[in-house]
Design a protein around this ligand. Structure first.
Ligand code: XLS
Ligand code: NI
Ligand code: NI
Length: 436
């Protein structure tokens, strides 16, 4: 059965002059940029939870969206229809990757054993559809935040029984991710945080979270899963404070608990803005610290302070993101996963296509702009000039640790006041706009 009959064939590149809403104007998968195809650079992934399972519900109202593949009375039949619809969508859109939570693909049953056998069944189907379509798994993850048992967290739950449940779920989710050839596995700390400190032993919770991650690293080795592990920072929501607040927080946590060699960041644009950072900042911080792994590509709304998970359309954002990603050497195991959902009023199946096409074009343009900035070295040159003092003999002496306070004081006594230089912010902003 065809679930998206409004799109007949795979979306194609028609170029910037095209007026066809079902064509790419900028994303040309095979076009080479800086030695790699756009597809190889961007590694787009569709997320299962929002795109296939999102039905428009919010805190103020029920579902608004009706999906053709969501009609069967039997929950496992619905899961199978949804999986078929998913791969039809991935193929028609022309993306190479998908991402999922365990509970997205198979509904939970009464016992863990039953749930796991449902997962096995759906994994088998996913494997077959991956083989038929060539679509690959970017990453898998566990939903250890929706079920009521996780209301007080998973790894940070005050009850070790819940910790064990979370561990069992992660164990299985890692195993099926491996089975599906997943290139990564994400830990987003759904409810790993607190609602009030009055009932919270923070130190103990942090230790427990680290323990859970260590056990996951052990299991990864045990089963020979080669994918990259990621932490996805988020400062709040659903809890008042999430422990994986931002990339800086995660870095400190990973270092403290000797987990740094095993993890990289999965940076989500809207989580960055919730943490009062820019998307660009979180990427740049991760790149500077060698922990940039993958990206959840979306955007928030400046006037709504929550995780609105809108599709990315802002060229300023996508250009600066791609600039940092390219400078850092590009994606290895990671990619651009559209952790975004259509708005509550976008109730048609075709809206899913419009949303993804626009987002892919926005990143394709970002990639082209970033590549040009890199080729022309305009920003690079300005930055190099700004730090030129550090490339002199004197600067190098400090950098290489050959100086001490006494010698630095002598230098000042002999050389007096430093020469001030302009930061050239406005000029650089103008240059960037010329490239957009
Ligand atoms: C929620 C997160 C979630 C993760 C996967 O805010 O973005 O969707 O990406 O668990
Ligand atoms: Ni996310
Ligand atoms: Ni999010």
């Amino acid at each position: 059965m065809e679930f998206f009959p409004e799109v007949k064939k795979t979306i194609e590149y028609e170029g910037p002059k095209s007026k066809n809403p079902l064509a790419f104007k900028h994303y040309n998968a095979k076009e080479k940029i800086l030695g790699k195809t756009m597809a190889e650079h961007l590694r787009f992934a569709v997320c299962y939870w929002h795109t296939l399972k999102g039905l428009g519900t919010d805190q103020f109202g029920a579902n608004t969206i009706v999906r053709r593949y969501n009609k069967a009375a039997d929950p496992m039949q619905r899961a199978e229809d949804t999986m078929h619809a998913a791969f039809e969508f991935f193929t028609k859109l022309g993306v190479q990757f998908w991402c999922f939570h365990d509970r997205d693909i198979a509904p939970e049953a009464k016992t863990l054993a039953e749930t796991n056998s449902r997962l096995d069944k759906m994994t088998k189907l996913a494997k077959k559809l991956q083989r038929n379509t060539g679509v690959k798994l970017l990453w898998g993850t566990t939903n250890a935040f929706s079920h009521p048992r996780f209301m007080a967290g998973a790894g940070t739950n005050p009850n070790p029984h819940v910790f064990a449940y979370a561990a069992s779920q992660i164990k299985k989710a890692m195993e099926i991710t491996k089975e599906l050839g997943g290139q990564g596995y994400v830990f987003w700390g759904g409810r790993e945080g607190y609602d009030t400190l009055l009932n919270t032993d923070m130190g103990r919770e942090l230790d427990h979270l680290a323990m859970l991650l260590h056990l996951a690293v052990d299991h990864k080795k045990k089963i020979g899963f080669k994918g990259q592990l990621y932490i996805e920072p988020k400062p709040k929501e659903p809890t008042k404070h999430q422990y994986d607040f931002d990339a800086g927080n995660c870095l400190a946590f990973l270092q403290k608990y000797n987990l740094l060699p095993y993890f990289k960041m999965n940076i989500e644009a809207n989580h960055a803005t919730l943490a009062a950072h820019t998307f660009h900042h979180e990427l740049e911080f991760s790149a500077a610290n060698g922990i940039l792994g993958s990206v959840d590509a979306n955007r928030g709304d400046l006037l709504l302070g929550w995780d609105t998970d809108q599709f990315p359309t802002d060229l300023y954002d996508t250009s600066l993101a791609m600039y940092t990603i390219l400078k850092a050497g590009g994606f290895k195991t990671g990619g651009l996963n559209f952790d975004a959902h259509v708005r509550r009023q976008s109730i048609d199946h075709i809206d899913l296509f419009y949303a993804h096409i626009g987002a892919m074009d926005a990143f394709a343009r970002g990639l082209k702009i970033a590549a040009k900035l890199i080729k022309d070295r305009v920003i690079e040159k300005a930055v190099a000039k700004r730090y030129a003092g550090w490339d002199t003999r004197f600067g190098r002496m400090i950098e290489s640790g050959k100086m001490n306070f006494k010698k630095l004081e002598t230098y000042i006594l002999e050389n007096g006041e430093p020469k001030l230089q302009s930061g050239r912010q406005e000029l650089l902003e103008n240059i960037l706009n010329e490239y957009l």
